[in-house]
Design a protein around this ligand. Sequence first.
Ligand SMILES: [Zn+2]
Ligand SMILES: [Zn+2]
Length: 273
Amino acid sequence: MRAIIVPAENNIWNNFHTHTFRCNHAEGDIQDFAIRASKLGMNKIGFSEHAYLPGDENPFHLSFAAVSEYTEACREADEKYGNVKVFCGVECDYDPSDEGFFKEFYLDQMGMDYIVGSVHELKGGHDVMDCFSNRHFGLKELQIYTKLYVKLIESRLFTFCAHPDLFGRPIEIGENPAGWDANAESAAKEIIEAAKANNAVLEMNVSGVWKAVTKGYPAIIYPRREFWEIASDYDIPVILNTDAHSLERLDAHVDYGMKLIEEFGLRRVEIQR
Ligand SMILES: [Zn+2]
Ligand SMILES: [Zn+2]
């Protein structure tokens, strides 16, 4: 059954962005995460494995064959651990031409609780631009990103829209990672205004803090303070997630996100079945 969005309880934080070993770049399985969630005082955990897409050969996505087993494993864990509700979802690399597949396969056929929309890469001609890479993210890329992200929001398909501020690296890491200019500002406004107009939930994803700390980046690229400061003017609902790729990362740097949410008076929400 498709999950709904509800206000988050003040003293409880739950993670709805969790990956497992099935995407080949994360560690841990559903039951282990559920046990860890319970130990951390969480009462829900949501899995958002990287979605398989038609014709998909990306080794970092679920394989088609793994989708049923993954869904089943979420359901089993949900029944087994009464004090932690387990939600099953997928993180979809958004492309307008895949909207029908996302809805019909994951929501209707597999009966997942939620689907997450993401932009991880930009396709232009034969070039694929990885939004996480150190390569220059210039004005042209920023505009492609913004347009695609606004379309993702306007599809109204996704329970939440992941790391909208991933573009916050207009300048190469190492040169001036703190770079935020008028173009970044207007991209942020465009995305936030689309979210407002479409009642979308935006995700504050603190895995950028984890990356900055573990990889020694000189600055945190996301969550981007400037972005969330603008969001605070629009009363946008925000879901705070760690994008955990291992058991240790399940609650890593949540305090950082909580502080930003408090500072800007953002409205925190979560998922309910
Ligand atoms: Zn992502
Ligand atoms: Zn993710």
